[in-house]
Write a protein that binds this ligand. Structure first.
Ligand code: HEM
Length: 399
């Protein structure tokens, strides 16, 4: 069999390439990229399983998620893996970026690897944003309303982008379809294409090694296969065990079914968007746009163009005081704002929500038939009494 394949495919060449030595001093931090890849595959596998029982319509989505939790064999476990896997992916990608920055691995000739990486970061966050709406519970609905309102503040294209995301005047049936399509078709294709390109570039340039590597060290370390592959696989198994424990012992929360008339709801995004959400609180009135658009966009652009802004060849951290200071400030700001956002008290009017049979009867108004959010200010998503009455009327008509 081996001979048969060898005669037809360049297997020996591929093996020789994989057995090439890595630079010396490669440590565990170099497994973070492989762990991110493992998580992407795990998300694809668990997501494909969930999609077998899910239905992306406001009338069925919530009940489908309950059905997966309560009836589908291993449904709760797989949903748990998918939920905690998403959070783990954000953390691992964040740590991977930090490793690449601290070791100066983004510097020439690896600028393209970096740029593709930043696109992968955006895709990872896109998965989180689009997936959050799918359970169609209160927090899913209201976090999406706020997220889309925030994006509508962007100058020129903001309104158009918000309308395209919503597919109408308010978050409803078309929004759910669009987010589902993005989450299960568009973003996975994009992610796998970008990961393929990222890995090609990583192999093409070879690992950058650690800052203390001398030129002689670059080709005298352990081979990629089997040594590094073995370490990566051990890391993946450990990560899987941690996620499996989380899935078994920390059930994924599901609130009441989405109720667009619940004017008292205090929306919170998923934890990895909390730092942005917290940032908004410091910019009010005419300065709101600083928090909703200017700071996040400038931050993203600086990240994207980092290798072109920092042209120095120095890689050792203590000889790069600016890089060290900026990175520390960013990490402290992101972690600090996330903690502040997570510990901020909820609105007093907010009821602690548990799924109830009554709540499951609520049928949200159809997207195309109402325009209760049109023209609202960014954070003025508390509905007036008249708007609530309108929404109720439409809800009753559609029943
Ligand atoms: C789904 C997300 C990602 C996956 C699956 C992934 C995968 C990988 C893998 C397997 C490696 C080689 C091993 C290593 O150095 O850790 C790598 C290297 C690299 N990644 Fe990523 N990555 C992702 C996101 C990112 C992001 C967000 C960035 C930067 C913003 C980035 C920038 C880089 C760079 C510059 C290298 C080369 C490092 C070197 O040569 O030492 N990656 N990535």
């Amino acid at each position: 069999m081996k001979q048969f394949l060898n005669d037809r495919l360049p297997l020996d060449g591929v093996m020789a390439h994989l057995r090439k030595p890595l630079p010396k001093h490669i440590n565990l931090l170099f497994s973070l990229g492989s762990l991110a890849m493992f998580l992407l595959l795990l998300q694809a596998a668990t997501g494909a399983f969930l999609a077998l029982s899910y239905s992306p319509t406001p009338d069925h989505a919530y009940n489908a998620v309950n059905y997966i939790n309560d009836e589908v064999p291993f449904g709760k476990f797989v949903r748990g893996l998918h939920h905690w896997g998403a959070s783990a992916m954000v953390i691992i990608v964040f740590l991977h970026i930090l490793r690449v920055v601290l070791y100066g691995s983004y510097k020439a000739p690896r600028e393209l690897t970096w740029v593709v990486g930043v696109l992968l970061l955006l895709v990872t966050l896109g998965f989180g944003f689009t997936g959050y709406l799918l359970p169609w519970d209160e927090k899913a609905y209201w976090a999406t309303v706020v997220g889309i309102e925030i994006s509508s503040t962007a100058p020129v294209l903001g309104d158009v982008v918000a309308k395209i995301m919503r597919g109408g005047a308010e978050v409803g049936a078309v929004t759910l379809s669009r987010f589902y399509a993005l989450h299960t078709i568009w973003l996975p294709w994009l992610a796998f294409g970008l990961v393929g390109l990222h890995l090609f570039l990583v192999r093409f340039y070879g690992s950058s090694g650690t800052p203390k590597n001398t030129p002689e060290d670059m080709k005298t370390g352990k081979p990629f296969y089997p040594d590094q592959v073995f370490e990566d696989v051990v890391g993946m198994l450990i990560l899987f065990v941690i996620l499996a424990c989380a899935a078994l012992f920390a059930p994924v929360p599901l609130e009441d079914v989405a109720d667009p008339t619940n004017a008292d709801y205090d929306p919170r995004p998923e934890w990895y968007f909390l730092f942005l959400f917290q940032l908004l609180k410091y910019f009010q009135g005419p300065f709101e746009i600083l928090g909703t658009f200017v700071i996040p966009t400038v931050g993203m652009l600086l990240l994207l163009f980092l290798p072109f802004l920092d042209r120095s060849e120095r890689k050792v951290l203590w000889k790069r005081p600016i890089a060290m200071t900026v990175t520390s400030v960013c990490v402290v700001a992101i972690v600090g704002l996330t903690i502040l956002g997570a510990t901020a008290p909820k609105l007093e009017t907010q009821e602690e929500t548990q799924p109830t049979d009554e709540a499951q009867q609520v049928t949200p108004p159809d997207t195309e038939t109402t325009d209760i959010n049109e023209g609202e200010d960014v954070f003025d998503f508390q509905l007036t009494e008249e708007e609530i009455e309108n929404a109720k009327d439409v809800g009753e008509e559609s029943e």
